[in-house]
Ligand binder design. Structure first.
Ligand code: FAD
Length: 140
């Protein structure tokens, strides 16, 4: 059975390129080998990640991610059974929510993902993907 989850977390330190690349390198390799697809949005001190795959695999991965000391305040925003993947093209797409991305700020001026629902977050992730905001993907 396939599921999709979306969670939100707060970075413990600065979201440097080094840290992001380390996470993405590990994520893309492991996810590809284990049938996980998804998107990692990162910036403005937060991570937003959508993960899709077999229920048991996603659950185990989420437990590992939850325990990762590079972030805190991990909150599950959304979990659903799915018939079809939404992010099937990416083992882990990377979308920047950086302060230097004016489009993100203008289109989501009240950016506070801790106060919105998982479905609202998923809609925003889809907007960013539709606008071609993916900045890194091993699958591209
Ligand atoms: P190990 O690699 O043994 O790491 C154990 C702990 O050491 C980690 O929990 C972390 O606290 C710390 N650590 C590991 N590497 C570093 C580093 N380079 N710098 C600083 N501290 C470090 N993994 C995936 O496979 N798929 C994903 O989609 C995915 N998404 C992630 C999203 C976020 C926001 C974060 C923070 C991590 C993500 N990870 C992902 C990484 C995941 O949390 C685990 O580190 C990874 O799955 C390896 O698990 P492990 O038990 O072998 O940990």
């Amino acid at each position: 059975m396939l599921i999709r989850i979306i969670y939100l977390s707060t970075a413990v330190g600065p979201q440097t390129t080094t840290m992001t690349n380390a996470i993405l390198k590990k994520a893309q390799a492991w996810n590809q080998a284990h049938g996980i697809t998804g998107v990692l949005c990162q910036g403005q001190g937060v991570f937003l990640q959508a993960l899709e795959g077999e229920r048991g695999t996603v659950t185990q991965l989420y437990a590992r991610i939850y325990a990762d000391q590079r972030h805190t305040k991990v909150e599950l925003l959304h979990c659903e059974s799915i018939a079809k993947r939404r992010y099937e093209n990416w083992s882990m797409a990377h979308v920047s929510l950086s302060d230097i991305d004016p489009a993100t700020k203008i289109e989501w001026p009240e950016f506070d993902p801790y106060s919105v629902t998982g479905l609202q977050v998923m809609a925003r992730i889809d907007d960013l993907l539709a606008k071609g905001s993916v900045i890194q993907s091993l699958d591209a």
